[in-house]
Design a protein around this ligand. Structure first.
Ligand SMILES: [Zn+2]
Length: 125
């Protein structure tokens, strides 16, 4: 393994991850409320205009988009959780694929990055 990060640097990343986590949780909460509202509206709509196919289509689409947003948010959340665990276990900042240190510039951009730039580009292909 390559050289480890300084404790002070680690703390900075930890702080950023915790802040990011809070933000995501808030957004998830908000979107959950929006979905609950939409579902209430939809059930109201359905009784008012039964068999309105066009409306149902857009509604399904809208719900799909919302659930996609939600799942990408919860994915990001679990990645942040994993990164925080790695900080606790002194394994933060290393690529999960090649075990080399992930560049600090990359970590500053994506603190929850699990792969180094090289591996992430290779695995995308
Ligand atoms: Zn790598």
């Amino acid at each position: 393994m390559t050289k480890k990060m300084k404790k002070s640097e680690l703390r900075q990343f930890e702080k950023r991850l915790i802040e990011e986590r809070k933000k995501l949780l808030k957004e998830l909460e908000y979107e959950g409320e929006q979905i609950a509202k939409t579902q209430l509206e939809t059930s109201g709509d359905l009784s008012a205009y039964s068999n309105h196919m066009a409306d149902q289509g857009t509604e399904t689409e809208r719900r799909e988009v919302t659930s996609q947003i939600l799942s990408s948010r919860s994915e990001a959340l679990s990645e942040i959780d994993m990164a925080l665990q790695k900080i606790n276990h002194d394994k933060y900042g290393f690529c999960e694929n090649c075990y080399k240190a992930i560049g600090k510039r990359r970590l500053k951009f994506i603190p929850q990055a699990r792969l180094c730039i090289k591996c992430s580009n290779e695995l995308k292909r």
